[in-house]
Design a protein around this ligand. Structure first.
Ligand SMILES: Cc1cc2nc3c(=O)[nH]c(=O)nc-3n(C[C@H](O)[C@H](O)[C@H](O)COP(=O)(O)OP(=O)(O)OC[C@H]3O[C@@H](n4cnc5c(N)ncnc54)[C@H](O)[C@@H]3O)c2cc1C
Ligand code: SF4
Ligand code: SF4
Length: 386
């Protein structure tokens, strides 16, 4: 070797972190969102998850080493920390994987290439969707064009009389009818990731994941940290803008007890500055969001990501044109999907500039969410807020 020869590249330190570190740094510290990335990544199936009011958290199923340590982890298994989108440098790792760079100070809503307003061309899809129906139109288009085998989405529980209730539950959708059964927004948590196991059992191995911000960082983090087989089926990551989700107990404790609105009589909900509730009998109610804050799901308290910054396409319904889906296109594959849908005439689009208030509000809400990331945690998620 001569003096001028380049120094050998520093070897990447070995990733040795297991459940013990995840439990201590993410779950016990309060950073855990309940996204269930660790649950689906565990090759030994020793991470349980309660998809229940007041819970939405992972826990260890084996008790040899107590709740806080894992025998398989002690023997070298590291899959759970490789899948966790709140462990250590998750934000910069996912950014690097998707975009080859980290976000700048002013990119509070994450890195993106285009902002559009989109609505489904099909009237039924549009009317069934929450805003412009883009998410449902996209899933149907992906399925019908054989790009994916299934989508991991959220449906709702069935009530004893067979009618749909309001508890959000993860589901696998393989056709237009199933996609539309899950359309619209529930503002309680649904760890759609959990539906991965059913998809795997059914041999469906090209998947789109629909999820709130916390869930859409899972796949990019898994790819970056080379978790292996579990990360391969994720082909498209569709994000829902999100500033919080609520605990299911809000239906009974606030809507039911205080306002006499029985959840079985509710037809539709939305959040546009206030909690809007449409009843099956045609009545309409508004509830001040401040009243709902007490039911914020614990996993949302420290969440810094409003804009689903690691999705291929993020979607929301803010601004003046809320019957269109505000659509943030972030990646090459996201651009290709939107271009294909336009070409096939399944969506109508307008430039995001038609609703500057929506874009400004997104950046403002994204900034607010970043302030929730604690300053004792890694500082990357707070970049740009000083
Ligand atoms: C908890 C929550 C909070 C949100 N907060 C905001 C916000 O603050 N600002 C904003 O602009 N937009 C927010 N959204 C996104 C918005 O409500 C719409 O989902 C988005 O604009 C897409 O609309 P669409 O008509 O294209 O989707 P649709 O065609 O109606 O499809 C919606 C998709 O979301 C899935 N879904 C519904 N509820 C849940 C759930 N609880 N968990 C996981 N997946 C679910 C459905 O299964 C469906 O696949 C939120 C969504 C949720 C679920
Ligand atoms: S944030 Fe998600 S992956 Fe991380 S510990 Fe919580 S549930 Fe598991
Ligand atoms: S605020 Fe939304 S994205 Fe963040 S943890 Fe809560 S549900 Fe997930």
């Amino acid at each position: 070797m001569t003096d001028t020869a380049p120094a050998p590249a520093a070897k990447k330190p070995r990733w040795t972190f297991q459940w013990k570190e995840l439990y201590d740094e993410v779950i016990q510290s309060g950073l855990c969102t309940g996204c269930a990335g660790c649950v689906i990544a565990c090759p030994h199936d020793v991470i349980g998850y309660r998809h229940e009011p007041g819970a939405y958290t992972p826990f260890h199923l084996e008790d040899e080493l107590g709740a806080e340590n894992c025998l398989h982890g002690e023997k070298g298994c590291t899959s759970c920390t490789r899948a966790c989108p709140r462990f250590r440098n998750w934000e910069t790792e996912a950014d690097m994987h998707l975009h080859g760079r980290t976000r700048d100070d002013e990119e509070m809503s994450g890195i993106y290439s285009d902002i559009l307003l989109v609505r489904a061309s099909d009237d039924h899809v549009y009317e069934t969707g929450q805003d412009g129906g883009l998410v449902s139109a996209m899933l149907i288009w992906l399925l019908e064009n054989d790009v994916i085998d299934a989508a991991l989405t959220s449906g709702v529980e069935s009530l004893p009389d067979g009618s749909p209730g309001w508890k959000a539950v993860p589901m696998v959708a393989t056709n237009a009818a199933e996609v539309l059964r899950g359309a619209g927004s529930r503002y309680t948590y649904s760890a759609n990731t959990i539906a991965f196991d059913e998809a795997k059992e059914r041999g469906l191995d090209r998947l789109a994941l629909v999820g709130m911000s916390c869930q859409t960082s899972i796949a990019p983090v898994m790819w970056h940290r080379r978790v292996g087989k579990v990360s391969k089926p994720f082909k498209l990551n569709i994000g829902l803008l999100c500033s919080k989700s609520f605990d299911d107990s809000m239906f009974d404790e606030l809507f039911g007890v205080k306002y006499g609105l029985r959840k079985e009589d509710i037809a539709k909900m939305n959040i546009k500055g206030v909690f809007q509730i449409w009843m099956k009998n045609g009545d309409y109610h508004e509830i001040n969001l401040k009243e709902c804050h007490a039911w914020t799901r614990t996993g949302c308290n420290h969440c810094p990501d409003f804009a689903a910054e690691h999705a291929d396409i993020s979607t929301g319904g803010i601004g003046n044109l809320t019957d269109w889906t505000l659509t943030i296109v972030r990646t090459e594959i996201g651009r290709a999907v939107i271009a294909g849908m336009i070409e096939d005439g399944v969506i109508e689009t307008r430039p995001g500039d038609d609703d500057p208030a929506a874009v400004a509000l997104m950046h403002r809400l994204a900034t607010n969410s970043r302030k929730r990331w604690p300053d004792w945690a890694t500082d990357e998620a707070r970049v740009g807020i000083g």
